[in-house]
Design a binder for this molecule. Sequence first.
Ligand code: NAD
Ligand code: ZN
Ligand code: ZN
Length: 448
Amino acid sequence: MILGQYRTLASFKCVAPTLAFHLRQMPKIVGDVAQSFSSKCASGSDGKGKKSKKGGGADKGKKSKKGEKVKKSACGGGSDGKGKKKDGKDNLSAVLHAIEDLRLEQTPIPEALPGQVLLAMDTVGICGTDVHYLTKGRVGSFVLKKPIIMGHEASGIVAKLGKGVKNLKEGDRVAIEPGECCRICELCKKGRYNLCPHMKFCANPPYNGNLRRYYNHMADFCYKLPDHVTMEEGALLEPLSIGVASCRRAKVRLGSHVLIIGAGPIGLVTHIVAKAWGAASTTILDLNEQRLQVAMDLGVTHALKVCKDMDVQEAAQKLIKEIGARPDRTIDCVGNEQAVRLGIYCTRSGGICTVTGMGAADIKFPLMEALTREVDLKGVFRYCNDYQSALELVATKNTGVKKLVTHHFDIEDTIEAFDTSRHRKGNAIKVLIHVQKRDKNNKKPFDK
Ligand SMILES: NC(=O)c1ccc[n+]([C@@H]2O[C@H](COP(=O)([O-])OP(=O)(O)OC[C@H]3O[C@@H](n4cnc5c(N)ncnc54)[C@H](O)[C@@H]3O)[C@@H](O)[C@H]2O)c1
Ligand SMILES: [Zn+2]
Ligand SMILES: [Zn+2]
């Protein structure tokens, strides 16, 4: 069912050509859009027929060849690339060697050092950052200079305790907060450990990630999952924590009117958190109708389509008119110049405009507009003490976060999983990779 409005901000010069483009390229989706133009709430359509089938990813299409291109692991182990090592220990890992060179190969099973746990990995999500390293070899100042193991949105089972670990036991199901800060620098001590200059973050060069069968991690950055929370939701706590951090930085609270720019996984989880925290309204913008449909399924108040070549100031005025008032909290989940500019122009005087999106390094934005209307501009970098809140959210509320998951793959099909994610095949939003058999560690199946 379509909840809320779903409309193109109509005065943009680009509307007609864009629509024409969609008519040629995506007739099914245009059907929905046309319907929602004619009826404000478009209650007759549920749009379900247009979604990709959940769980279909691993079963559909050609399977990637296991261990293709594999010769020798650059992350420390010899490998035959086909699963089992000769000594019988299997630590199949997804190793990014260079741009467009992702391989499945064996790496050594690590030891659980003091304070760490060895984890038998269960579920790992693919994130835009992973895709960026695959296609560009860098994100901002982080550059891939030597091979790394991919994966940072993950959950696993405690397989072994390192010395001194008291908070977990073998067999515990955990979500993994993927950074390890130094704990002794000024920022760590001040409780802003996400800004620690010595942070070792999974799959952020030069550090290895956890898309592999076995991985060790500091026990106090592992969060035990209650029985009713699935391993998949455990992996989704990573993007959800970005949503929590974004709403925390934007001071979203009861009665806030929140504008979210971008309906990708990060924009969608930001809406989930804002709604759970009592936002009076959430308005979400995107270029892509399918993503706006998902946003509507998740209960946004307004879902509005924007265009690539829109006039930002004109669009801001349209948006304010459309939703009846300026949002007092804006969270950019795109990161390009157009989106950040739009965010500043839309935000209410005295409000907060938070930029979570990470796009171009240098952008032009209307500083005087922000200064003279006292719109506070804030950045968000990952999360800090937000994982537990994200866990409480999925454990206690029906957040709908599962709706982000469009595809599932086995670890052996990692190459295909990345291909699906980067090309948004089957309208992919969140693609999950299963290191163990699906639902093996869930009390009830993920899809139920
Ligand atoms: N700050 C952090 O710690 C942090 C963490 C994770 C991700 N990110 C960043 O957050 C952003 C979003 O991540 P994601 O995984 O959702 O990415 P995504 O690419 O899947 O989604 C971005 C969405 O924005 C839409 N979009 C593009 N241009 C737009 C525009 N001008 N107006 C409105 N919508 C537009 C796209 O259609 C897409 O649906 C990325 O820039 C990512 O790098 C930041
Ligand atoms: Zn991520
Ligand atoms: Zn530190």
